[in-house]
Design a protein around this ligand. Structure first.
Ligand code: HEM
Ligand code: HEM
Length: 216
């Protein structure tokens, strides 16, 4: 399995980053929704710290993903109507923007709240706002929350489109992004009449049987 992408399929590098990040983002979202309503306790502080560390990991992996995307190529586009291709590009762009802005707004929110920030308790990260800032804190919080729901909408469109390609169009869009699965064999786009076997010609000798056309 090639590490880099080729014309037909995403490489191991791009696929690994895509799926690890998808899991971390969905995990951060679920933990984020769950933790906000918890009663104050040391457990709540631990869960907040976990949420922030996972979110910061998403940010770090995104920088790696941008670098990898520049070094790697994108597979050729699966044939589809131009409007669909444009919609896919817009949703991908939105997903990239939110993968950057959600962790950043969380970091700004945390900084403007005046809280320290650590990555899995291993090292400290700088305060982005130079101390507590109640007005900025509110803006960052709104952005973090509404940005998340925009991500959910974009993700539903994105995953829905991938499944539509797989189940209805029966093309390679999803398969070439999944680990392990092999690409589909070419699927006929229309029902064509079976090829007519060539009539034996005078050139064919009786000792040479006429071969059947076994291609599909
Ligand atoms: C992919 C990354 C992230 C996702 C998907 C995400 C998602 C969420 C969600 C869904 C909530 C609940 C919103 C609400 O109902 O108020 C939340 C809350 C929060 N997030 Fe994130 N987050 C991410 C990254 C971060 C980062 C990197 C930080 C900080 C460094 C952070 C700090 C917070 C804080 C402090 C809250 C609590 C807000 C409150 O108490 O109301 N998040 N996040
Ligand atoms: C938070 C979750 C996810 C995010 C942020 C995300 C983001 C992205 C982005 C930005 C791309 C474009 C890659 C590029 O062109 O550079 C992409 C490609 C892709 N994603 Fe996701 N994705 C997520 C989850 C999913 C899920 C759940 C599925 C399937 C059910 C999926 C299926 C695909 C496929 C098939 C491609 C390749 C599209 C193509 O070859 O044109 N993704 N994803």
């Amino acid at each position: 399995m090639a590490f880099k992408s080729d014309a037909n399929r995403w490489g191991v590098g791009a696929r690994t980053l895509h799926w690890i990040m998808a899991l971390l983002i969905i995990g951060a979202g679920i933990v984020g929704l769950y933790m906000s309503d918890l009663p104050n306790s040391p457990q709540k502080i631990r869960i907040y710290a976990l949420h922030k560390s996972v979110g910061l990991t998403v940010l770090a992996l995104l920088l790696l993903r941008f670098a990898w995307r520049l070094a790697d190529r994108r597979p050729d586009e699966v044939p589809m109507p131009p409007l669909q291709a444009m919609a896919a590009r817009v949703v991908h762009l939105l997903l990239y923007a939110l993968m950057l802005l959600l962790p950043l707004s969380g970091w700004v929110y945390n900084s403007a709240s005046g809280y320290p920030l650590q990555w899995f308790g291993l090292f400290n990260l700088p305060n982005l706002t130079g101390g507590a800032d109640p007005a900025l804190k509110d803006v960052a919080h709104e952005f973090h929350e509404y940005g998340f729901w925009l991500l959910v909408i974009a993700l539903v469109a994105h995953a829905g489109a991938a499944l539509k390609h797989h189940i209805i169009d029966r093309d390679d869009t999803l398969v070439r992004m999944l680990p392990l699965l092999r690409r589909r064999a070419a699927v006929p786009t229309s029902v064509e009449p079976a090829p007519v076997a060539a009539a034996p010609t005078a050139a064919a000798t009786p000792a040479e049987p006429v071969k059947e056309n076994t291609t599909p």
